[in-house]
Design a protein around this ligand. Structure first.
Ligand code: SGN
Ligand code: CA
Length: 522
């Protein structure tokens, strides 16, 4: 006897029971499966995205995503570094849980549960194109093509699924987009929903622009952030970092003031990168940079003039690289529109972390301070999702995996530490949404010399503990001091909030099972 006959025979109210049964069986139908286009850049920070901050550049295509969709205003990473961020995104777990804690010693364990594998199980075609940075061979993708390590902007190598290494002609941001569109158009099984991860190298160091944008922004003078000349008073870990534009940015590699007679630590690396250009590209490059170099060595700026010269070079080159990126995100959106895919596709744009654009005098990331813990996050939503505009709940990159699995209609495994963002995308305001975030940066000793630290961020406060070869606590009131210049830890009047935040930190370290809890309880 099937369910329907059962209902008819045993029900006292036959008609209503029949209706109820048919509704129930409709509900059981396979959920609608939406496509996922996940675009992640490298080191792209919200200060350089006009829908977040329009002081510096215009990013019309990135803004397009936010305009018809949603913009997260409190979006954070769990560990502000490339490999770890990628591993958090793939697993939905914090670094100490997924095992990829830093770029220097780790190799991602590709045998573990990941979001692309869960999507495959739910019937998805999955692809990954571009930066991978996790050392092991990608798993869980029906198609992948990656750049080795950090890759090259010009005429870059790609590693294919058969492990062949092939050099492609052109500029990396364009090539990654070409390959991604080609996969969506020609390579995937069009009977299945798909998820493609488009991972750009842009805007990673050393910011080599595409030839057509070499001159862009050359007439623009970027305003200095007001804490550019920070003296790091009261913040011991900030005093020993090596990521200052003035002291640590390489005059040849970063600011591109190449001169045969001048040596610098990263000169060889610069020669290698620029050496990838063909004759025509090199000619175009020299035509723009040669006069700037000549003028620089003629004027020979010193002190503040030199530091501010470096800042302008940095901002201009970063902005040029970003321009190509913005164009290419536009190409992906155009493609999805042309093919009528927008109604059925979630498009996510984010970065592997934020970055300093001169705040505290810095470039790079790593610190739990706002500029680098924060990461841009905008989404175009499938038609059925009603949220629009700003979403201010605190979200983290460990939330992406459960969100995508949830969107695919699959069960979110209990060991995933992030939470699905779908309620927020449906326009709901869950009263039980998290009130605090956990952060843990592990890579030390290492380049840029940022001490190991972990901490908790609530809507208003941030408590950080630097540990290992240092034992320093920092407390910030983000409402009164959004630039995090005044460490309030140990100051009179802050005992109660410190205690509350410490308790919250312990709670999170227990919840996530981070062995670093012993550093807190010491
Ligand atoms: C490279 C860069 C660093 C950067 C790391 C990590 N140096 O090592 O400045 O912090 O990558 O960046 S470079 O001389 O090679 O440019 S990450 O985004 O990949 O984590
Ligand atoms: Ca990065």
């Amino acid at each position: 006897m099937n369910n329907l006959t059962k209902t008819l025979v045993f029900s006292a109210t036959g008609v209503s029971a029949l209706l109820a049964t048919s509704c129930a069986s409709e509900k059981k139908e396979a959920p609608k499966q939406y496509n996922i286009v996940y675009i992640m850049t490298d080191d792209h920070t919200a200060q350089m995205m006009s829908c977040y901050d329009n002081r510096f550049v215009e990013t019309p295509n990135l803004d397009r995503i936010a305009k018809d969709g949603v913009k997260f205003t409190n979006s954070f990473v769990a560990n502000s570094l490339s490999g770890p961020s990628r591993a958090c995104m793939l697993t939905g777990k914090h670094s100490h849980t997924n095992g990829f804690t830093d770029n220097t010693h780790c190799k991602f364990d590709g045998s573990q549960q990941t979001m692309p594998k869960l999507l495959q199980k739910a019937g998805y075609e999955t692809a990954l194109i571009g930066k991978w940075h996790l050392e092991s061979t990608p798993t869980g993708f029906s198609y992948w093509e990656i750049i080795p390590g950090q890759g090259d902007y010009y005429n870059p190598d790609f590693i294919k699924m058969n492990n062949e290494r092939v050099q492609e002609k052109g500029y990396l941001t364009n090539i990654i987009t070409d390959k991604s569109i080609d996969w969506m158009e020609n390579k995937r099984d069009k009977n299945k929903p798909f998820c493609i991860l488009i991972h750009h190298k842009a805007c990673h160091r050393n910011w080599l622009p595409e030839t057509k944008y070499l001159s862009l922004y050359e007439d623009k003078t970027f305003a200095l952030p007001d804490n550019f000349y920070d003296d790091y008073e009261g913040r011991k870990a900030a005093q020993t970092q090596e990521m200052e534009i003035g002291k640590h940015m390489d005059i040849i590699y970063d600011t591109k003031m190449y001169n045969k007679n001048v040596n610098s630590r990263l000169k060889k690396q610069f020669e290698k990168f620029v050496g990838r250009m063909n004759e025509e590209e090199r000619k175009a490059y020299d035509a723009v940079y040669d006069p700037i170099i000549a003028d620089f060595y003629k004027k020979n700026p010193q002190g503040k003039d030199l530091v501010e010269f470096k800042y302008q070079r940095y901002m201009r080159d970063y902005a040029k690289v970003l321009k190509s990126l913005d164009d290419n995100v536009g190409r992906v959106l155009d493609y999805l529109e042309e093919k009528g895919l927008m109604d059925n596709t979630l498009v996510v744009y984010t970065s592997d972390q934020g970055f300093y654009m001169g705040e505290h005098g810095w470039f790079d990331k790593r610190f739990m301070y706002e500029e680098s813990m924060h990461t841009p996050l905008v989404m175009h939503l499938p038609k059925d999702f009603k949220a629009r505009g700003e979403i201010s709940e605190m979200v983290q990159n460990i939330d992406y995996a459960p969100t995508f699995v949830d969107l695919a209609g699959a069960e979110i495994p209990a060991d995933i530490q992030g939470v699905s963002l779908l309620p927020l995308l449906k326009g709901e305001k869950p009263a039980t949404w998290r009130k605090s975030l956990y952060y843990h940066f592990h890579e030390y000793p290492a380049e840029h010399s940022v001490k190991r630290h972990y901490g908790v961020r609530t809507e208003r406060y941030k408590l950080i503990h630097f540990y290992n070869d240092i034992d320093e606590w920092e407390l910030y009131d983000l409402q009164e001091d959004p630039k995090e210049m005044h460490n309030l830890f140990g100051q009179k009047g802050y005992e109660k909030i410190t205690e509350e935040l410490k308790a919250e930190l312990v709670k999170l370290q227990k919840q996530y099972n981070d062995p670093a809890i012993k550093e807190t309880l010491k």
